[in-house]
Design a protein around this ligand. Sequence first.
Ligand SMILES: Nc1nc(=O)c2c([nH]1)NC[C@@H]1CN(c3ccc(C(=O)N[C@@H](CCC(=O)O)C(=O)O)cc3)CN21
Ligand SMILES: CC(C)C(=O)C(=O)O
Length: 283
Amino acid sequence: MKTTANFRKMKRDNDPIAMLTAYDAPSARLAERAGVDLLLVGDSLGMVVLGYDSTIPVTVDDMVLHTKAVKRGARETFVVTDLPFLSYHSDFSETAGYVKRLTQEAGADAVKLEGGMEVTETVKKLVQAGVPVMGHLGLTPQSVGVLGGYKVQGKQSPDAEKLIREAQALEDAGAFAIVIECVPRQLGQVMTERLNIPVIGIGAGADTDGQVLVYHDVIGYESENVPKFVHQYTNISSLIEQGLARYVNDVKECAFPQQKHTYTMKEDQLQELYSGRFVGEGN
Ligand SMILES: Nc1nc(=O)c2c([nH]1)NC[C@@H]1CN(c3ccc(C(=O)N[C@@H](CCC(=O)O)C(=O)O)cc3)CN21
Ligand SMILES: CC(C)C(=O)C(=O)O
Protein backbone atom coordinates (compact mmCIF):
# COMPACT_ATOMS: atom_id res chain seq x y z
CA MET A 1 0.00 0.00 0.00
CA LYS A 2 1.24 3.49 -0.87
CA THR A 3 1.69 5.90 2.03
CA THR A 4 1.72 9.67 2.53
CA ALA A 5 5.52 9.51 2.07
CA ASN A 6 5.01 7.86 -1.35
CA PHE A 7 2.63 10.64 -2.39
CA ARG A 8 5.18 13.27 -1.35
CA LYS A 9 7.85 11.47 -3.37
CA MET A 10 5.52 11.21 -6.38
CA LYS A 11 5.20 15.01 -6.32
CA ARG A 12 8.99 15.44 -6.14
CA ASP A 13 9.46 12.99 -9.01
CA ASN A 14 6.72 14.54 -11.16
CA ASP A 15 4.95 11.20 -11.09
CA PRO A 16 1.23 12.00 -11.53
CA ILE A 17 -1.10 10.79 -8.78
CA ALA A 18 -4.33 9.10 -9.93
CA MET A 19 -7.10 9.32 -7.35
CA LEU A 20 -10.69 8.17 -7.68
CA THR A 21 -13.72 8.05 -5.41
CA ALA A 22 -15.29 4.73 -4.43
CA TYR A 23 -18.32 3.97 -2.31
CA ASP A 24 -18.61 0.18 -2.15
CA ALA A 25 -16.58 -3.03 -2.21
CA PRO A 26 -16.87 -4.07 -5.89
CA SER A 27 -16.07 -0.58 -7.21
CA ALA A 28 -13.10 -0.32 -4.83
CA ARG A 29 -11.84 -3.74 -5.98
CA LEU A 30 -12.03 -2.69 -9.64
CA ALA A 31 -10.32 0.65 -8.89
CA GLU A 32 -7.51 -1.14 -7.07
CA ARG A 33 -7.06 -3.52 -10.02
CA ALA A 34 -6.98 -0.52 -12.37
CA GLY A 35 -4.00 0.81 -10.39
CA VAL A 36 -5.34 3.93 -8.69
CA ASP A 37 -2.84 5.42 -6.23
CA LEU A 38 -5.42 6.28 -3.59
CA LEU A 39 -9.16 6.10 -3.10
CA LEU A 40 -11.52 8.69 -1.67
CA VAL A 41 -14.74 7.76 0.04
CA GLY A 42 -16.12 11.18 -0.81
CA ASP A 43 -19.25 12.63 0.69
CA SER A 44 -20.32 12.96 -2.95
CA LEU A 45 -21.67 9.55 -1.83
CA GLY A 46 -24.81 11.48 -0.89
CA MET A 47 -25.39 12.72 -4.44
CA VAL A 48 -23.97 9.88 -6.51
CA VAL A 49 -25.21 6.84 -4.56
CA LEU A 50 -27.82 7.93 -2.01
CA GLY A 51 -29.83 10.23 -4.30
CA TYR A 52 -29.62 13.49 -2.33
CA ASP A 53 -29.21 16.72 -4.29
CA SER A 54 -26.25 17.93 -2.19
CA THR A 55 -23.65 16.51 0.21
CA ILE A 56 -25.28 18.23 3.21
CA PRO A 57 -27.42 15.28 4.42
CA VAL A 58 -24.50 12.82 4.57
CA THR A 59 -23.76 11.58 8.12
CA VAL A 60 -20.76 10.11 9.91
CA ASP A 61 -22.68 6.80 10.05
CA ASP A 62 -23.00 6.87 6.23
CA MET A 63 -19.27 7.49 5.89
CA VAL A 64 -18.42 4.67 8.35
CA LEU A 65 -20.62 2.17 6.50
CA HIS A 66 -19.23 2.98 3.06
CA THR A 67 -15.61 3.28 4.23
CA LYS A 68 -15.85 -0.24 5.67
CA ALA A 69 -17.15 -1.52 2.33
CA VAL A 70 -14.39 0.23 0.36
CA LYS A 71 -11.69 -1.08 2.70
CA ARG A 72 -13.01 -4.64 2.31
CA GLY A 73 -12.87 -4.27 -1.47
CA ALA A 74 -9.44 -2.62 -1.70
CA ARG A 75 -7.16 -3.95 1.03
CA GLU A 76 -3.97 -2.73 -0.63
CA THR A 77 -5.01 0.86 -1.37
CA PHE A 78 -4.68 4.01 0.77
CA VAL A 79 -8.21 5.15 1.57
CA VAL A 80 -9.14 8.74 2.45
CA THR A 81 -12.60 9.39 3.93
CA ASP A 82 -14.48 12.68 3.97
CA LEU A 83 -15.54 14.24 7.25
CA PRO A 84 -19.16 15.11 6.43
CA PHE A 85 -21.01 18.43 6.84
CA LEU A 86 -20.71 20.06 10.26
CA SER A 87 -18.78 17.17 11.81
CA TYR A 88 -15.60 19.25 12.39
CA HIS A 89 -16.82 22.74 13.36
CA SER A 90 -17.73 22.23 17.03
CA ASP A 91 -15.27 21.31 19.76
CA PHE A 92 -12.26 19.17 18.95
CA SER A 93 -13.31 16.26 21.16
CA GLU A 94 -16.45 15.81 19.05
CA THR A 95 -14.40 15.88 15.83
CA ALA A 96 -11.87 13.47 17.35
CA GLY A 97 -14.72 11.09 18.20
CA TYR A 98 -15.86 11.00 14.57
CA VAL A 99 -12.31 10.63 13.28
CA LYS A 100 -11.79 7.78 15.74
CA ARG A 101 -14.80 5.97 14.27
CA LEU A 102 -13.69 6.56 10.67
CA THR A 103 -10.13 5.36 11.31
CA GLN A 104 -10.37 2.72 14.07
CA GLU A 105 -13.83 1.32 13.32
CA ALA A 106 -14.04 1.80 9.55
CA GLY A 107 -10.33 1.58 8.68
CA ALA A 108 -9.79 4.89 6.87
CA ASP A 109 -6.09 5.67 6.36
CA ALA A 110 -6.71 9.44 6.34
CA VAL A 111 -9.53 11.97 6.54
CA LYS A 112 -10.35 14.89 4.26
CA LEU A 113 -12.04 18.11 5.33
CA GLU A 114 -13.11 21.23 3.46
CA GLY A 115 -11.98 24.78 4.14
CA GLY A 116 -9.06 27.11 4.81
CA MET A 117 -8.11 29.22 7.83
CA GLU A 118 -11.21 28.14 9.78
CA VAL A 119 -10.04 24.51 9.86
CA THR A 120 -6.24 24.84 10.19
CA GLU A 121 -6.37 24.52 14.00
CA THR A 122 -8.38 21.29 13.68
CA VAL A 123 -5.97 19.98 11.03
CA LYS A 124 -3.03 20.73 13.34
CA LYS A 125 -4.61 18.88 16.26
CA LEU A 126 -5.56 15.86 14.17
CA VAL A 127 -2.06 15.61 12.69
CA GLN A 128 -0.56 15.96 16.19
CA ALA A 129 -2.81 13.09 17.23
CA GLY A 130 -1.38 11.01 14.37
CA VAL A 131 -4.14 11.27 11.77
CA PRO A 132 -3.12 12.04 8.16
CA VAL A 133 -5.30 14.90 6.92
CA MET A 134 -6.09 15.97 3.36
CA GLY A 135 -7.31 19.53 2.78
CA HIS A 136 -9.94 20.62 0.23
CA LEU A 137 -10.12 24.15 -1.22
CA GLY A 138 -11.81 25.99 -4.09
CA LEU A 139 -15.30 24.68 -4.76
CA THR A 140 -16.13 23.12 -1.39
CA PRO A 141 -19.53 21.43 -1.91
CA GLN A 142 -20.45 21.45 1.81
CA SER A 143 -20.62 25.27 1.47
CA VAL A 144 -22.86 25.17 -1.60
CA GLY A 145 -25.48 27.25 0.21
CA VAL A 146 -22.96 30.00 0.98
CA LEU A 147 -21.28 29.84 -2.43
CA GLY A 148 -24.67 29.98 -4.17
CA GLY A 149 -24.09 26.99 -6.43
CA TYR A 150 -21.37 24.74 -7.82
CA LYS A 151 -19.34 27.51 -9.44
CA VAL A 152 -15.73 27.99 -10.46
CA GLN A 153 -13.74 29.58 -7.59
CA GLY A 154 -10.72 31.89 -7.53
CA LYS A 155 -11.29 33.62 -10.85
CA GLN A 156 -10.71 37.08 -9.32
CA SER A 157 -7.18 37.85 -8.22
CA PRO A 158 -8.04 38.56 -4.51
CA ASP A 159 -9.94 35.24 -4.31
CA ALA A 160 -7.05 33.41 -5.95
CA GLU A 161 -4.60 35.02 -3.53
CA LYS A 162 -6.74 33.96 -0.58
CA LEU A 163 -6.83 30.37 -1.84
CA ILE A 164 -3.03 30.32 -2.18
CA ARG A 165 -2.64 31.61 1.38
CA GLU A 166 -5.10 29.01 2.65
CA ALA A 167 -3.32 26.19 0.83
CA GLN A 168 -0.06 27.33 2.43
CA ALA A 169 -1.75 27.43 5.85
CA LEU A 170 -3.04 23.86 5.40
CA GLU A 171 0.46 22.70 4.50
CA ASP A 172 1.85 24.51 7.57
CA ALA A 173 -0.82 22.85 9.72
CA GLY A 174 0.50 19.47 8.59
CA ALA A 175 -1.91 18.36 5.84
CA PHE A 176 -0.25 15.65 3.72
CA ALA A 177 -2.02 16.76 0.50
CA ILE A 178 -4.83 19.01 -0.67
CA VAL A 179 -7.61 18.71 -3.20
CA ILE A 180 -8.44 21.84 -5.19
CA GLU A 181 -11.75 21.81 -6.95
CA CYS A 182 -13.09 23.85 -9.85
CA VAL A 183 -10.47 26.62 -10.15
CA PRO A 184 -8.73 28.18 -13.16
CA ARG A 185 -5.77 26.22 -14.49
CA GLN A 186 -3.35 29.04 -13.72
CA LEU A 187 -4.33 28.96 -10.05
CA GLY A 188 -3.92 25.18 -9.98
CA GLN A 189 -0.44 25.64 -11.40
CA VAL A 190 0.63 28.33 -8.91
CA MET A 191 -0.66 26.34 -5.93
CA THR A 192 1.13 23.23 -7.15
CA GLU A 193 4.40 25.16 -7.50
CA ARG A 194 4.11 26.90 -4.13
CA LEU A 195 3.31 23.83 -2.04
CA ASN A 196 5.64 21.04 -0.98
CA ILE A 197 2.70 18.67 -0.43
CA PRO A 198 0.84 17.10 -3.37
CA VAL A 199 -1.97 19.12 -4.91
CA ILE A 200 -4.69 16.91 -6.37
CA GLY A 201 -6.96 18.71 -8.81
CA ILE A 202 -10.56 18.20 -9.90
CA GLY A 203 -11.43 20.76 -12.53
CA ALA A 204 -8.15 22.54 -11.74
CA GLY A 205 -6.28 21.97 -15.00
CA ALA A 206 -3.41 19.74 -16.08
CA ASP A 207 -0.60 21.19 -13.95
CA THR A 208 -1.51 19.75 -10.54
CA ASP A 209 0.38 16.82 -9.00
CA GLY A 210 -2.58 14.53 -9.54
CA GLN A 211 -6.20 14.27 -10.55
CA VAL A 212 -9.33 13.05 -8.79
CA LEU A 213 -12.73 12.30 -10.32
CA VAL A 214 -15.97 10.78 -9.13
CA TYR A 215 -16.18 7.05 -9.95
CA HIS A 216 -19.64 7.24 -11.52
CA ASP A 217 -18.59 10.18 -13.72
CA VAL A 218 -15.58 8.26 -15.09
CA ILE A 219 -17.61 5.19 -16.04
CA GLY A 220 -20.80 7.01 -17.06
CA TYR A 221 -22.98 5.34 -14.43
CA GLU A 222 -26.16 7.40 -14.00
CA SER A 223 -24.44 10.52 -12.71
CA GLU A 224 -26.55 13.61 -13.26
CA ASN A 225 -25.43 17.20 -13.96
CA VAL A 226 -21.94 16.07 -14.85
CA PRO A 227 -19.49 19.00 -14.48
CA LYS A 228 -17.49 20.26 -17.46
CA PHE A 229 -14.25 18.95 -15.93
CA VAL A 230 -15.34 15.30 -16.26
CA HIS A 231 -14.16 12.99 -18.99
CA GLN A 232 -16.46 10.00 -19.23
CA TYR A 233 -14.19 7.07 -20.19
CA THR A 234 -16.97 4.59 -20.82
CA ASN A 235 -20.74 4.46 -20.59
CA ILE A 236 -21.71 1.69 -18.25
CA SER A 237 -25.31 2.93 -17.95
CA SER A 238 -26.22 1.86 -21.48
CA LEU A 239 -24.64 -1.58 -20.93
CA ILE A 240 -26.55 -2.01 -17.67
CA GLU A 241 -29.79 -0.82 -19.22
CA GLN A 242 -29.46 -3.26 -22.13
CA GLY A 243 -28.67 -6.16 -19.77
CA LEU A 244 -31.57 -5.38 -17.47
CA ALA A 245 -34.00 -5.01 -20.38
CA ARG A 246 -32.94 -8.42 -21.75
CA TYR A 247 -33.51 -9.99 -18.33
CA VAL A 248 -37.01 -8.51 -18.05
CA ASN A 249 -37.79 -9.58 -21.59
CA ASP A 250 -36.58 -13.16 -20.98
CA VAL A 251 -38.77 -13.46 -17.88
CA LYS A 252 -41.80 -12.17 -19.78
CA GLU A 253 -41.14 -14.61 -22.64
CA CYS A 254 -40.34 -17.53 -20.32
CA ALA A 255 -36.85 -17.75 -21.82
CA PHE A 256 -35.34 -17.60 -18.34
CA PRO A 257 -34.57 -19.67 -16.32
CA GLN A 258 -33.22 -22.52 -18.44
CA GLN A 259 -32.32 -26.08 -17.42
CA LYS A 260 -28.79 -25.05 -16.38
CA HIS A 261 -30.19 -22.56 -13.87
CA THR A 262 -32.52 -25.15 -12.33
CA TYR A 263 -32.34 -27.57 -9.38
CA THR A 264 -34.00 -31.00 -9.63
CA MET A 265 -35.20 -33.61 -7.17
CA LYS A 266 -34.24 -37.33 -7.38
CA GLU A 267 -36.99 -39.52 -8.94
CA ASP A 268 -37.56 -41.69 -5.81
CA GLN A 269 -38.11 -38.62 -3.69
CA LEU A 270 -40.54 -37.31 -6.25
CA GLN A 271 -42.49 -40.63 -6.21
CA GLU A 272 -42.68 -40.43 -2.44
CA LEU A 273 -43.91 -36.87 -2.62
CA TYR A 274 -46.64 -37.85 -5.08
CA SER A 275 -47.65 -41.05 -3.23
CA GLY A 276 -49.79 -39.12 -0.84
CA ARG A 277 -47.68 -39.79 2.23
CA PHE A 278 -47.74 -36.09 3.08
CA VAL A 279 -49.80 -35.47 6.17
CA GLY A 280 -51.51 -32.16 6.31
CA GLU A 281 -51.94 -31.85 2.57
CA GLY A 282 -54.88 -29.66 1.73
CA ASN A 283 -55.09 -28.11 5.19
N1 LIG B 1 -21.28 13.25 -9.97
C1 LIG B 1 -20.62 14.16 -9.25
N2 LIG B 1 -19.42 14.58 -9.68
C2 LIG B 1 -18.70 15.52 -8.98
O1 LIG B 1 -17.58 15.87 -9.39
C3 LIG B 1 -19.26 16.03 -7.77
C4 LIG B 1 -20.52 15.53 -7.35
N3 LIG B 1 -21.18 14.63 -8.11
N4 LIG B 1 -21.07 15.95 -6.18
C5 LIG B 1 -20.26 16.70 -5.23
C6 LIG B 1 -19.45 17.69 -5.97
C7 LIG B 1 -20.25 18.74 -6.69
N5 LIG B 1 -19.42 19.02 -7.82
C8 LIG B 1 -19.74 19.86 -8.88
C9 LIG B 1 -21.02 19.91 -9.37
C10 LIG B 1 -21.33 20.73 -10.43
C11 LIG B 1 -20.34 21.52 -11.01
C12 LIG B 1 -20.71 22.39 -12.16
O2 LIG B 1 -21.71 22.18 -12.78
N6 LIG B 1 -19.88 23.36 -12.50
C13 LIG B 1 -20.10 24.26 -13.62
C14 LIG B 1 -19.25 25.49 -13.44
C15 LIG B 1 -19.95 26.69 -13.96
C16 LIG B 1 -19.15 27.96 -13.74
O3 LIG B 1 -18.98 28.40 -12.60
O4 LIG B 1 -18.66 28.50 -14.74
C17 LIG B 1 -19.72 23.56 -14.93
O5 LIG B 1 -20.27 23.92 -15.96
O6 LIG B 1 -18.85 22.66 -14.91
C18 LIG B 1 -19.05 21.46 -10.52
C19 LIG B 1 -18.75 20.63 -9.44
C20 LIG B 1 -18.23 18.21 -7.79
N7 LIG B 1 -18.64 17.06 -7.03
C1 LIG C 1 -15.07 15.26 -5.73
C2 LIG C 1 -14.19 14.89 -4.59
C3 LIG C 1 -12.94 15.69 -4.52
C4 LIG C 1 -14.94 14.95 -3.30
O1 LIG C 1 -14.67 15.73 -2.43
C5 LIG C 1 -16.06 14.02 -3.12
O2 LIG C 1 -16.13 13.01 -3.84
O3 LIG C 1 -16.87 14.25 -2.21
